[in-house]
Design a protein around this ligand. Structure first.
Ligand code: ZN
Length: 71
């Protein structure tokens, strides 16, 4: 896969053992990625709760460069 921006989900609870970051979506433009991350944070939906502690996860765009590194 070529470089692009991932929308990543993370658990904001510092006490949580779940330090898993997972890609939510991929886009090619920063402004689109940023808007998508903001939308993910605002809109209700399934899969937004941390599987370990239940805290609602946050989202942020991450540039992946030429490779996609998960984790
Ligand atoms: Zn958590």
């Amino acid at each position: 896969m070529a470089g692009g921006y991932h929308i990543r989900a993370y658990c904001p609870n510092r006490l949580c053992v779940h330090v898993h970051y997972r890609p939510y979506a991929v886009t090619w433009r920063y402004d689109a990625a940023y808007t998508a991350a903001e939308a993910c944070g605002r809109l209700p939906g399934p899969g937004k709760q941390c599987p370990a502690c239940g805290t609602e996860m946050g989202f942020y765009p991450l540039y992946t460069g030429d490779s996609v590194l998960d984790g």
